[in-house]
Design a protein around this ligand. Sequence first.
Ligand code: AMP
Ligand code: ZN
Length: 701
Amino acid sequence: MDRDQAQARAEKLCDEISRHNWRYYVLDEPELSDAAYDALVRELQQIEGEYPELVTLDSPTQRVGAAPAAQFASVRHAQRLYSLDNAMDLGELDVWLERVEPEVVRRGCSYVCELKIDGSSIALTYENGALVRAATRGDGKTGEDVTVNIRTIKSVPLRLLVDVPGAGQDSLFHEDSPTRIEVRGEVYMPKESFARLNAEQDEAGQPTFANPRNAAAGSVRQKDPAVTASRDLAAFMYQIAAPRALGVETQHAALEWLRAAGFKVNPDIKVCAHAEEVHAFCEWALQVRNDLPYEIDGVVVKIDSLALQDELGYTAKAPRWAIAFKFPPEEKTTVLREIRVQVGRTGALTPVAEFDPVTVAGSTIARATLHNEDEIRRKGVRIGDTIIVRKAGDVIPEVVGPVERLRDGGEIEWSMPSRCPSCGSEVWREEGEVIPRCTNAGCSAQRLERLGHWASRGALDIDGMGTEIITRLVEQDMLHDVADFYALTFSDLTSLDLGRVKKDGTPQFLGETIAAKLMTSLAASKVRPLARLLFGLGIRHVGSTVAETLASAYRSLDALMAAAEEELAEVEQVGPKIAASVRAFFANPENLDIIERLEVADVRTADPEIEGERREQTLTGLTFVLTGALERHTRDEAGAALKALGAKVSGSVSKKTSYVVVGAEPGSKYDKAVELGIPTLDDEALEAIIETGQPPEEGAE
Ligand code: AMP
Ligand code: ZN
């Protein structure tokens, strides 16, 4: 394939991948299998690797790529992003409706009801169809430039479905359409992803998010776009900043325009002719809010006609043509019966509130974690208190606080026990940590948790190996650590006393059918991906996401064990704290013994190689630009070799370029490098890098 052919092919692939991306992330109607989609992406990556100058900013391969930022630039919004006036109940909503209804009826226009997505607002700017900027709302006048982060959100199109205005290929644009378009919407995190993220944060000893809104806002404002990319975010768009310029005259037409342009638009939108229909929609939304996969905190009612909107105008803070009907928070009261201390598999002692069961946000809850002692003190809850409970983000049960006026003096203040509730060892709270731990490695509660974790779904997934069986196996001395799982035999299992008696008074043993199933599950669990094994080992601070990262960086347990701490800390998303924890884990002889026995039992500890040998990613974070003729390689070969080491290869020199490799008769890129003061490398230096895999020494010229 020559360069022209490659370019044509790359453009086709870009379009096709963008389209499938849209079908998958926006419409949720994939047309291709994952494998076929991946094949297209790989082909594009390969072409872009060979011809780095063909990489475009809106190429689907370029979603993540920017280096971590020290600070976000501030962005002045072309048009102000307003807040919304709130109606706290249907009565307040009626006050607003009564004010606007006569005019709405007189003109025969309507209302549009939309769900109020509880996330973080965002303004996106497209120039000639390509996403050029994403900004947060900030104070409405000035926000922050979070483009590199928003680019990682797959439901945000990098280019509009239809390309350039005026190109005449569709009805979305007309002759005089502006080439620059701003749209607004809400970035959100689905409830399920929020729950998973918090579990991972807990696991990694990181602070959890109070609700999906905070999680979304926090993810959008991450300094490192790779972290944002790892968070499951999506965005619903609901507004065009200057709709009239596109020939759009109503809010519902604006939503249709957005949908046609490739944005994700919430499907639950209702055009209502009268106040009663608006009421009905609000009632309906209240009914379904718990069943939606994302959190909403109300309904936004807007006047449909943009002409009428303009006439009504704005107050200092909010439009007069819209109102947010806010849902009452779903909170219930109940009685706190007990604060029980749970011992985690790393020995962490977590206080858990146990209260009389109540139904909140669609399900019954009876317990909620209180996280730690400081949190209990801050909330000021005592055993026996009447407490207010709710669900954070409609999913995670949470104790809001006590109703102090209902106290009768019999309530008991709680404090963390000084001994482990399971093994009685003294607990230890490390300097600067909020969580005390039982440091007894032989603590049976910890052991049970560790074994249960190994067998759990996200880890080795030993189907059928539940808490009860594990507890019995431990009691009957058949199971001490995770390697013992694989020493279990069929007859071991059938000799397991379940601690119950049958009708005839004889003890009940584990049945043969179950035992046989467990043997199959155990065998199946031996070939899980490396990431699951790493997660299963229960290394502190290694949650499922970090496990994935480590597995893809090292691909085998041996390689990971051989990695030095400094090297581990360099892996993206790892850092010194996790690196130290990983090293400490593999320095422990007991753990090494377990790993050895796992290997003897044929538990898979390496991922099968996908394609050829994989080199260490020593050049991650560096961007190279090649110019001029090289002696020993073509530029494409050299580029591919650098990429194989984790570097980025770019077609043009910018301030972000780390090095410019200069061959014979270099082009204008060389001049640009000199102008910007970018260090240059010669042929020889390049060869050294490719051979040793080591980045050039500081100050190389
Ligand atoms: P508030 O922050 O309570 O003043 O509410 C205004 C915010 O609601 C806006 O800035 C948006 O971020 C958000 N919002 C969520 N869904 C919608 C929607 N469908 N229409 C308008 N605003 C919405
Ligand atoms: Zn203990």
